[in-house]
Design a protein around this ligand. Structure first.
Ligand code: MV4
Length: 669
């Protein structure tokens, strides 16, 4: 068994691997970019090595720097985590050449599963069911059309070199096939430099069900049951659970055995995942095999009681599988959600910034688990995936697990940037989710419920945000008075006292975003509390604000709890499972802000211009795309905020633009 393990990754997975490695008595080596020098995974490891500048291509993807770090620290094994180099066969080979143990499958197995068509051919030979289709080398359009006619419509045309849903086109009828084929080939050629395609029968309401397999180097292989990952958005998983709801045990067994056959067909060793499409009639078909530990592996750990990273490390050291198939069983139900710094209200635009407040639900070691790579005060940067944490819950059955998930999300508090907690809560609370009415178009089907139009901040939230301000001000002024040489000065009072006038005040709060609504909350001071003058009438309010932001309120005779966080003029209120972000309008400060605003069309983050749809002088409609940026592996269309005229296109295709740069001169009409 090796004694020192280098984790060639960052964030939550690096922390997670380090946690198990340390429990097993291994010395751990973290690698980090300049930007991650103060990151949690670095603090958790026994040793750490800087491997380069922030961009992943200059650090976490630099094989030479990682191998140098291993040599420098005496690491004998490398765990790649997921993403980055985890499915890079050349990296696995380079580790072997350097005499290092690669905690993963043989490079040959990575290569075998790397290409979609080759993988399907191998699976077909192993007797693993494939979607009825054609994935041959002959790409003659007439032959492809004949194959599509044979398969039966609708058919799906997929780029052979593709993945993650890119380059897929549906031909609903024979008449559409030629155009859809040409479109798929064009997209495949431009995205992957390879225009070969395969044709499959199109499953209209499939579920994404994947089997966790584990093989050791002694020829044994088991499956650790399935995960349902149907709730996805743009091929990014959002919710994963184990076991798959309403999974027929006979189908589970057949799917598990098929997955084991797939692994054995390629001489697999280590943790692997075989992804299937499960059709409504119970048929299942091989989709792809992932030759790494997956993000969602914790749900499998929670229902089997196994530590899959421990399994990986023991197997990488030549050990036998810790358990046989007959020793494995499903206990209860687990669900995982991925907490992201993204704004669902803005097309899930990735968010960057500092986590000014971060509170997770209490972990009890059985029902709630949080895998995170960040702490309060850490920044979410543009360089890496904006994941904040994974929240995993377990309970005795699915309904109990869903209730546990709702509560855990309600106790999750993230301030300093927009996150997707509210979106995840909407999924967890949705009747279709509780009913396990799942398929890969779940989010699309329930879009109106999951991404409702932005609602104005409710009045009680405004009242609590205001109360927090007043209590915070009282505390600050009391502290100042205690520290001053005139503690009883009237300037130290914070009860709104005015000469010859009733003690009253008005606090103005603005909702986030350009042109966010402003709310003036009028109040009067009454004997140690306040009377708020709200739209729905006056209400007596009093409360206490804890140093940790806990706000205990008595309003209209009802006592309630919330969390109130202030950072500069930004107020974040967490109440009843919802997050309200408000900006304190301080009269003096707001005048200065106006001068700089002017509603310019600026880059939401650094990126590269990949399309310009208009020219100088163009007259455009509200919402018309003007310029498209590529940033964080996503495309961001900058659209006309209203009808108007484009006065100046300031960047051309191919140019890099810094965060905040004005992209387009625009005059509204
Ligand atoms: C399909 C399909 C329906 N019918 N194949 C999406 C990406 C790649 N993993 C395969 N994908 C699909 N292949 C046939 N014959 C539907 C999808 C699909 C999907 C699959 C799993 C999870 C999410 C998905 C979202 C959209 C489409």
């Amino acid at each position: 068994m090796f004694t020192t393990l280098l984790i060639a990754n960052r964030g939550e997975i690096a922390c997670r691997v380090i946690r198990t490695a340390k429990r097993m008595g291994l010395r751990t080596v973290a690698v980090h970019s300049d930007a991650d020098a103060g990151a949690r995974h670095v603090a958790m490891a026994d040793m750490a090595v800087n491997i380069g500048p922030a961009p992943a291509r200059d650090s976490y993807l630099r094989v030479d720097a990682i191998l140098d770090a291993a040599r420098l620290t005496g690491a004998q094994a490398i765990h790649p985590g997921y993403g980055f180099l985890s499915e890079n066969a050349a990296f696995a080979d380079a580790c072997a050449r350097a005499g290092l143990v690669f905690v993963g499958p043989p490079a040959s197995a990575i290569r075998a599963m790397g290409g979609k068509s080759k993988a399907k051919a191998l699976m077909e030979q192993a007797g693993v069911p494939l979607v009825p289709g054609y994935h041959g080398e002959d790409q003659n359009p007439d032959l492809l059309k004949a194959e599509a006619d044979r398969i039966g419509y609708p058919v799906l045309i997929k780029a052979s070199a593709g993945g993650g849903g890119k380059g897929m086109k549906v031909a609903a009828t024979a008449a559409e096939f030629a155009d859809q084929l040409a479109s798929a080939k064009r997209e495949a050629a431009s995205s992957f430099g390879d225009d070969r395609v395969l044709i499959e029968r199109y499953l209209t309401r499939p579920r994404h069900v994947e089997i966790q397999v584990f093989a050791d180097s002694h020829g044994d292989c088991v499956y650790l049951f399935e995960r349902d990952c149907s709730i996805q958005r743009r091929h990014q998983k959002v919710v994963e659970e184990a076991p798959a709801p309403s999974m027929d045990p006979a189908i589970r067994r057949r799917m598990g055995e098929a997955a084991v056959a797939a692994a054995q067909a390629i001489g697999y060793v280590g943790a692997g995942t075989v992804e299937f499409l499960l059709d409504e009639d119970g048929s299942f078909y091989f989709m792809e095999m992932n030759t790494r530990l997956q993000v969602e592996h914790p749900v499998t750990e929670m229902i089997t009681g196994q530590d899959l990273v421990e399994w990986q490390l023991r197997i990488a050291a030549g050990g036998k599988l810790p358990l046989g198939q007959e020793d494995l069983a499903i206990d209860g139900h687990a669900i995982e959600v991925r907490l992201y710094a993204e704004d669902p209200a803005k097309g899930f635009l990735p968010q960057t910034g500092r986590l000014t407040h971060l509170r997770f639900p209490a972990e009890d070691g059985r029902h709630v688990r949080v895998d995170t790579g960040v702490r309060a005060g850490d920044a979410i940067s543009i360089h890496y995936d904006p994941m904040i944490a994974k929240l995993i819950v377990w309970d005795r059955d699915r309904p109990a697990a869903v209730r546990r998930l709702c509560r855990a999300l309600a106790e999750t508090e993230i301030a300093g940037l927009n996150a997707n907690v509210g979106f995840l809560s909407a999924i967890a609370a949705h009747p279709a989710f509780l009913a396990a009415d799942l398929d890969t178009r779940f989010i699309e089907r329930h879009q109106a419920d999951l991404l409702p139009e932005a609602q104005p901040v409710p009045e009680d939230a405004l009242a609590l945000a205001t109360l927090g301000l007043l209590l915070d001000r009282n505390a600050r002024m009391a502290a100042q008075a205690r520290g001053s040489n005139d503690p009883y000065s009237p300037w130290s009072r914070s009860d709104g006292w005015r000469l010859n006038d009733e003690a009253h005040d008005t606090v103005t709060l603005r909702e986030p975003g350009e042109g966010g609504a402003e709310h003036a909350v009028k109040l009067t001071y009454v004997g140690g509390g306040y009377r708020f003058h709200l739209r729905e009438g006056e209400v007596a309010v009093r409360g206490e604000l804890g140093t940790d932001g806990t706000l205990v309120t008595e309003m209209g005779g009802v006592r309630s709890m919330a969390t109130w966080i202030r950072h500069g003029s930004d107020i974040t209120l967490f109440r009843a499972g919802r997050t309200h972000r408000l900006h304190l309008v301080e009269p003096l400060a707001s005048a200065a802000a106006e001068a700089g605003a002017g509603g310019r069309l600026t880059a939401p983050m650094p990126g590269k211009v990949i399309a310009v749809h208009v020219a100088d002088g163009a007259v455009v409609e509200k919402g018309q795309p003007l310029i498209v940026l590529e940033a964080m592996k996503m495309e961001h269309a900058i659209k006309a905020p209203s009808a108007g005229t484009v006065t100046r296109i300031r960047f051309q295709v191919g140019e890099q633009v810094p965060d905040g740069a004005e992209l387009v001169g625009f005059e509204a009409t």
